[in-house]
Design a protein around this ligand. Structure first.
Ligand code: SAM
Length: 272
């Protein structure tokens, strides 16, 4: 898929997913976000960039960790996500977090301007992995660090059929490279190629729990990366796609609900 088109699909798809996102994913992504926060070792007064910040689940934790003397900038390709973050910051009276709509591939930010750069579950969606990690390196201060969490290997993510189920109904690729960064040492290798040193990765397994099939379908179709294509499905197409997805996760059925295995890879590097 052409890069500009992929960015548009992501941008407007996540605009649609924004209102479902936290109910669908905050519990499921917490293990990866917790590990990312631990590996980031944020200190009071640090200046932090959170790329692909979504609704700010990590950004607001980072803002609390750096305190009033620090600052966090959250960026995301989706205007609806950025607006959601601004609304939360206003509602909670958080003054040290600011948000801008921005593509990870081209950060409109000065060189060497952040102590720490974070990206939680965002890198899988960018159109240029190596270029985006080089952008992370460029904006990290010498002595600073960067941490990125991505989904792991495809065959360890029990929900992975969602992509091919949607692709067959739109006759085009949906996130074709989604599982690449989480396979082998790919993310760590790209960190090292971008110039980071002391690069380490941790791989953790997780279980995605859903109360019932409807909750699992809302998360997979409406609240995530296929939301753009899904928004254009008619009722019959939605019904058949839901049925196929539920069949693909049937091995993980527990009573009325589901316990689907997943894997995350979290990588950290330091800019010397
Ligand atoms: C799974 S959400 C993760 C949100 C948040 N970091 C979290 O941990 O909850 C992925 C986010 O990546 C954003 N995204 C997708 N492609 C992007 C790109 N090329 N540049 C910046 N953000 C992008 C989406 O808009 C979405 O908000």
């Amino acid at each position: 898929m052409d890069a500009r088109l992929q960015q548009r699909v992501q941008r407007y798809g996540w605009d649609r997913a924004a209102s479902y996102y936290e109910q669908s994913w905050s519990r499921q992504l917490a293990p990866a976000q917790n590990l990312l926060m631990t590996m980031a070792e944020l200190q009071p007064s640090e200046r932090v960039l959170d790329i692909a910040c979504g609704t700010g689940l990590v950004t607001f934790r980072a803002a609390e960790a750096v305190g009033a003397g620090g600052e966090v900038v959250g960026t995301d390709i989706s205007e609806a996500m950025v607006e959601a973050c601004r609304a939360t910051a206003t509602a909670r009276g958080i003054a040290n977090a600011h948000f801008e709509r921005m593509e990870a591939e081209k950060l409109l930010l000065p060189d060497a301007s952040f102590d720490v750069v974070l990206c939680a579950l965002g890198m899988m969606y960018v159109t240029d992995f190596a270029g985006s990690i080089r952008e992370i390196f460029r904006v990290t201060k010498p002595g600073g660090r960067a941490v990125s969490a991505v989904w792991g290997k495809r065959d360890r993510c029990g929900w992975s059929e969602i992509f091919s189920i949607v692709e067959r109904r739109v006759q085009s690729d949906v996130c074709p490279m989604f599982f690449q960064l989480g396979t082998g040492d790919m993310q760590a290798t790209l960190f090292a190629s971008a110039g980071f040193t002391d690069v380490t990765s941790e791989r953790i397994t997780t279980i995605l729990e859903y109360e019932n099939g409807e909750e699992a379908c809302v998360a997979a179709f409406a609240g995530g990366p296929v939301a753009m294509a899904y928004s254009r499905f008619d009722d019959a197409t939605r019904e058949s796609a839901h049925a196929e997805y539920l069949e693909s996760i049937a091995p993980y059925k527990r009573g009325d609900g589901y316990a689907i295995p997943g894997e995350f890879v979290v990588t950290r590097g330091r800019r010397a």
